[in-house]
Write a protein that binds this ligand. Sequence first.
Ligand SMILES: [Mn+2]
Length: 331
Amino acid sequence: MLTENQISDFSELLGKDNICIVLHKSPDGDTIGSSFALLYALKRMGKNAQAVCSDEIPDQFMFISDGKKNLDMLFEPDTVVSVDVASESLFGEKFSYLADRVDYSIDHHFSNTFYAKKTILYDSISSAGELMFELFKSADIEIDRYIAEKLYTAISFDSGCFRYSNTSPDTHLAAAELLKFGFDSSSINVKLFDSVSLAQLKLESEALNSVKQYKNNKISMVTVRYSQIERLGVNENELGGLTAITRRIAGTVVGITVREKSDGEIKISLRSQQEAPFPDFDVSKVAGKFGGGGHVRAAGLSMKCSVKEAEKRIIEAVSEEWERLYDNPCK
Ligand SMILES: [Mn+2]
């Protein structure tokens, strides 16, 4: 349920004009879908509004951004709203200057750093898309087919097509209400989850060969070097599927994906899944030790070191938390 404050902050935002919506860097289906739903609703209200993103929209997601690849600043805004952006660092290079002048942050990450003047944070909801759906309803914004399609796409993306544990009865109810508008949800889900380039598929196959397992195969780690990405010609923004590899290995409780970027920085994604008898493994806690953040089951961080060193550091940190949680302290 939204709080009174969240509802009143959102209605205050709807009273503003000359609005700039900021997406997070490395844009995904949630930040694009929920931002475009808000952008459209604001424009329909007669507002001057635009959406910006530091990075290009990946080809795979351009159907969500109405075919737009670049979201650049078109006018000087009076009001800045970030959508699905947990921290200042996620504004990306081009629009980092906006981070300290954000009026409203609409977000669902419990790691949100409260950089905005007002933060509309709902951290137990599946997606910014589901939060936007609730906010639209609270403000009596009429949902039409366009908005329904964008919000459904956002929700489906962040819930892994309703498979992740962030999927609640309310997530399904929101999706059901949106589906009534009759857009082609099947084709959206194929585009989001089943369709990859051959180069991506080849990279994933190489990544599979790199799997290492620890702690009785409960921790799985995948490593991808930039030289592989370059050789196969995979776009840096086509790499989202790599983090799904560890999840697909049966028995994995904690999945680690180590990826070297073109600038040498190491990007590490952490995933955890519930598996009896193991209680929740909070990956955001491990990410936090390296200045990263995220959720209990999905988090990320960056390191500036060699691939080998990054692997060593992250497996040590994950193992330490593993031993604290699960290993018999009397041993
Ligand atoms: Mn999100």
